[in-house]
Ligand binder design. Sequence first.
Ligand SMILES: [Zn+2]
Length: 308
Amino acid sequence: MKKIVSTFMLSLSTALFLTACGGNANNENGNQDNASAEDGIYVTASFSVLADMIEHVLGDRGTVDYIVPIGEEPHEYEPVPNDFRNVNDADVFYVNGLGLEEWLERVVDNASDTEVVSLSDGVEAIPLVGEDEADPHAWLSPKNAPYYVENIVEDLIERDPEGEEEYRANAEAFLAEIEELDAWIEEQVDNIDEAHRTIVISENAFKYFGEDYGFATEGIWEINSHEEGTSGQINRVIDILREEGIPAVFVETTVDKRYMETVSENSDVEIAGEVYTDAVGTEGSGAETYIEMMRHNAETFVDGLTTE
Ligand SMILES: [Zn+2]
């Protein structure tokens, strides 16, 4: 198993502990007024999960916006004119990369000279099942989150060298939280019978998580940008559930649940809960941040897959 290695050895004293939580408003659809120069760096992210990570590192030195609204998935999103403006006005556009944002080219062509930075750089890509293409959902393993944080901090320092100490301190605090989350998930997973460590979900998005924490994963479909929910795909999963005796299946907040409901009805395996994959939770969900959404996901998997 990979270990999280903090690459941020700081000469700063811990007295300079600057936390960045909840600094700037994440609005629902990137329609925040543009930050003026005095407000610091203006970052636009492709989707909400990245925006939360960026806020943690950026702290008070700027503002963060994101394009894909919470509740929608970021693969095949249709950008609206406001999105082009938003990216155009940003100092930098942070994306996941690994082919997640299929609409990226359209925005870049229409929008501007705004630099695009891929936050998943450095992650060891896992291919989609049966394909050469990478699965983009690297953020769903907290063991990959340090790559994202490192890419954010290095890029922000380049743009705003005066903020270096603050960015590094923010990043170190965030990485400590991620490390704690990682250790907690490993502990939780121990509660699940090894024969039951399979995540069955609509979009097979937990490969990175599965590889890092010891789960097999199965989706009705491989990725949201492919065909979704054919009867062949549904029957395949029903067969797997019958053969392997998997105690629970799961649904995502950003995916139509009817396909998994059909699987559940026809296999008599219950849907044990809803997890967050391609977006953080809405306000009041208790999963408004990356850390919270991943904690919720791990809890949901453990509750669903632990049988007496
Ligand atoms: Zn996805």
